[in-house]
Design a protein around this ligand. Sequence first.
Ligand SMILES: [Zn+2]
Length: 61
Amino acid sequence: MPVEFRCSDIGADTCKKHFVAATLDELMGQVAEHLRTVHRVKTPTQTLMTYIAKKVNVTSS
Ligand SMILES: [Zn+2]
């Protein structure tokens, strides 16, 4: 099932980044990379990644 996530889902309202991936693992990889390069989160914690995973939506299309 395709999954999607937006940075605004976790309160980063100024970031318009929208992620879409085929699997949750792929999506989380993209998000982690984005956090490192754009949000300067060098080492996303397990707590943060778990929180993000809860905000991920399964796309209906
Ligand atoms: Zn972002």
